[in-house]
Design a binder for this molecule. Structure first.
Ligand code: COA
Length: 327
């Protein structure tokens, strides 16, 4: 470990992948008692992507990872760390990170999953950033990948209109300047019953009961905690890093609900054009949403080198967090 000269992580590649199949609000009108107008007004969502029956989370992750590696000009075999944030792993084990490593043809780098539901990417980025700062590795692949559609009860209008599938990735490399300036991650486990899937492994093994293997959510209660918590973490991030709101160039938020995103942007006094919004087209892709949004704004040229980005997320657990990044 090198303690004398400080080292940081920098984002040197981004990637994203969305499955081909699109499910529109009009399609959902045929499936449950809902309307395009209700979904747009309450959430800002117009459509979502859904993985094909034979597509797994690691399939989505591989596509996003290869794009990020290409942009970083890094060969997969030279990766030193692979972290995948997911709530919808291919299997109970091996981890999706190990399955991704197998696909990429990397041998020997540590590879593991991080489970923090919709905050998973921020958690994974924080973990990988610490590995690089500590001098343990010189680069890392961080992926958020989900097939949320597999844990949705498609007859439950309270949840099925909100989620989609996808994957996003970044490659981090060591640098002398940040890069990732700071990450702030938190959890409060007391909220288990507001947002959860009842079945799993040791408590209630996965059964054929759709209700038990699908997401349950008390939406309006989750909404209130999310708005308050994201406002707090935005304030904390600015204060702890001595950054004024007007110094931020971009907000890259978790894409759960446009009204939650608007509330955070208002708190930060950011203009709508400084907010990277994908929720209308992607819906909530959980751990994939932040890296997918980042990748989109990097690739279309909105985010430019040197700009200051605040990423934030909130999810089941509850978990929440932020990353302040100089791109
Ligand atoms: N279509 C039509 N009506 C629906 C509906 C749907 N898809 N889903 C719920 N409703 C109904 C409810 O049954 C309720 O009807 P009632 O008043 O007759 O009981 C009514 O709409 C209002 O429900 P409410 O839950 O108060 O609406 P809301 O304004 O809070 O919006 C959410 C609902 C789910 C969109 C919103 O609460 C939300 O986004 N919550 C956070 C979800 C989230 O982000 N989860 C993931 C965190 S990472």
């Amino acid at each position: 470990m090198n303690q004398s000269s400080k080292q940081f992580s920098r984002i040197v590649g981004t990637g994203g992948y969305l499955p081909e199949k699109i499910l529109t609000n009009a399609d959902l009108e045929q499936m449950v008692d809902t309307s395009d107008a209700w979904i747009r007004e309450r959430t800002g969502i117009e459509q979502r992507h859904i993985a094909a029956d034979d597509q797994t989370t690691s399939d989505l992750a591989e596509q996003a990872a290869r794009q990020a590696l290409d942009m970083a000009n890094l060969a997969p075999e030279d990766l030193q760390l692979i972290v995948v944030a997911t709530t919808t792993p291919d299997k109970i084990f091996p981890s999706t990170a190990c399955l991704l490593q197998q696909r990429l043809g990397n041998h020997g780098a540590p590879a593991f999953d991080v489970q923090a539901v919709c905050s998973g990417f921020i958690y994974a980025l924080s973990v990988a950033d610490q590995f690089i700062r500590a001098g343990m590795v010189r680069n890392a692949l961080v992926v958020g990948a989900e097939t949320l559609s597999r844990i949705i009860d498609w007859s439950d209008r309270n949840t099925c209109v909100l989620f989609g599938d996808g994957a996003g990735a970044v490659v981090l490399e060591v640098g002398e300047e940040p890069g990732v300036i700071n990450t702030h991650i938190h959890a409060d486990g007391q909220y288990e019953n507001l947002l959860h899937v009842p079945s799993g492994v040791s408590k209630k093994p996965i059964t054929d009961s759709i209700s038990e293997r699908s997401m349950h959510m008390r939406g309006s209660e989750v909404f209130k905690v999310a708005v308050n918590t994201l406002s707090q973490v935005a304030t904390e991030t600015l204060a702890r890093n001595g950054v004024a709101p007007e110094e931020l160039d971009w907000l890259v938020p978790h894409q759960a609900n446009k009204r939650i995103i608007d509330a955070t942007a208002r708190k930060l006094k950011m203009k709508p054009e400084q907010v990277v919004l994908t929720v209308n087209r992607h819906a909530n892709t959980s751990a994939a949403s932040v890296p997918l949004a980042l990748n989109e704004a990097v690739r279309d040229g909105r985010i430019q080198p040197g700009q200051l980005i605040l990423m934030e997320a909130f999810g089941g657990g509850f978990t929440w967090g932020s990353a302040l990044v100089r791109y």
